[in-house]
Design a protein around this ligand. Structure first.
Ligand SMILES: [Zn+2]
Length: 359
């Protein structure tokens, strides 16, 4: 089981200001209206104009050495050198579970606009740090220490899939000639922080596919807590949103035509943990395959995203087609159209296109 973290709820209930003043007790920043400016608390520099926080937008940026930025979760993650999930667990433990144990506490995390006096911050942080909130067993994918030597110019990639060499190299995929993935196209999978956690093998021989299926997943790999390509998009998906696909090759194909904010849930089921990762995105376009699994999967994915207050749009493809079958022009039209026209849904059928307004 994955330890439950609701990123959206934490971001909604805990403001950046509360993180800066209550959680960390930082007093070196000067307040200027809805802004806080001062030396960067992340890289601990002394340039008094390095760090800017916009308290209304819950956004911060360092214009000096570390150059980092983001929201309240990113602040904790950057400052502690931990993952966003771990940062969320810390804030959850500090702000959202405290109420039950400390009823006399006067601060109200549900009102982000409230100003909290910096001088009265007690060093409660220590109790949080000495008792990690992860008491439940958290599903993890251990980091791989070994990288496979793969052949990137295999005809399955360049000819059958029509991928160009630079895309193949960007994703680090290639033919594997040794070990348990021998005879497959190996696809490296990274966690949300960019650590290599698995290789998935795409079987090539028809007989092997008949017997074992198309993909070979490593034993013990928790697919449901990872989104393929998430680590490469996490900087931009907050600003520009992201396209959610089913498969690895659809991600590569769309990336190759310039739609770079693409992730895959590796199947047609978006898990709860994967949906949590997507709460980071400004919005999500669900673009699953045009078959029963894809249609059912996109309904369920939309539900999970909407439950988490993520703006989600869905495109239903014609029966028997996959996103990578569509022409680059149609794909771009689809993505720009959904966003530009603020549509919730587009349904392609042979000869006509139906659209549905958001909301
Ligand atoms: Zn900095």
């Amino acid at each position: 089981m994955t330890s439950w973290v609701n990123f959206a709820e934490i971001r909604q209930k805990v403001s950046l200001e509360q993180v800066i003043t209550n959680f960390y007790g930082i007093t070196t920043l000067k307040r200027d209206g809805t802004k806080m400016i001062g030396p960067c608390p992340v890289h601990q520099g002394d340039n008094p104009r390095a760090f800017h926080a916009d308290l209304e937008k819950n956004a911060w940026h360092c214009f000096s050495k570390c150059g980092k930025g983001g929201n309240q979760l990113d602040f904790v993650a950057a400052k502690e050198g931990i993952s966003i999930r771990e940062a969320a667990l810390k804030l959850q433990a500090f702000f959202l579970k405290e109420k039950e144990s400390a009823p006399s506490d006067s601060h109200s995390p549900s009102r982000p606009g409230k100003k909290i006096p910096t001088t009265e911050t007690e060093p409660r942080i220590e109790t949080v740090e000495s008792s990690p909130p992860e008491t439940k067993k958290v599903a993890r994918n251990p980091i791989l220490k070994l990288e496979l030597q793969l052949k990137s110019d295999h005809p399955h990639l360049l000819q059958d899939r029509g991928l160009d060499q630079s895309t193949v190299e960007h994703f680090g995929v290639g033919y594997c000639s040794r070990g348990i993935l021998r005879g497959t196209i190996a696809i490296p999978i990274h966690d949300e922080d960019g650590n290599l956690v698995a290789y998935v093998g795409r079987n090539l021989k028809p007989q092997v596919i008949r017997e074992q299926g198309k993909y070979k997943l490593p034993k013990g790999f928790h697919k449901d807590i990872v989104l393929f390509n998430f680590h490469r998009t996490k900087e931009v998906l907050r600003k520009d949103g992201v396209i959610l696909l089913e498969g690895f090759f659809a991600v590569m194909k769309l990336h190759a035509i310039g739609l770079e904010n693409v992730v895959a849930c590796m199947g047609s089921d978006l898990s709860d943990a994967q949906a949590e990762l997507l709460t980071y995105a400004k919005e999500v376009i669900v673009l699953f395959d045009g078959d029963d699994a894809g249609r059912n999967g996109s309904v369920s994915a939309m539900k999970k995203l909407e439950e988490r207050n993520v703006i989600a749009r869905v495109a239903h493809l014609p029966e028997g087609t996959k996103p990578d079958d569509l022409s680059p022009r149609l794909l771009r039209w689809l993505v720009n159209g959904l966003q530009g026209l603020d549509l919730a849904e587009v349904r392609f059928e042979t000869g006509k296109t139906e659209v549905g307004r958001h909301g």
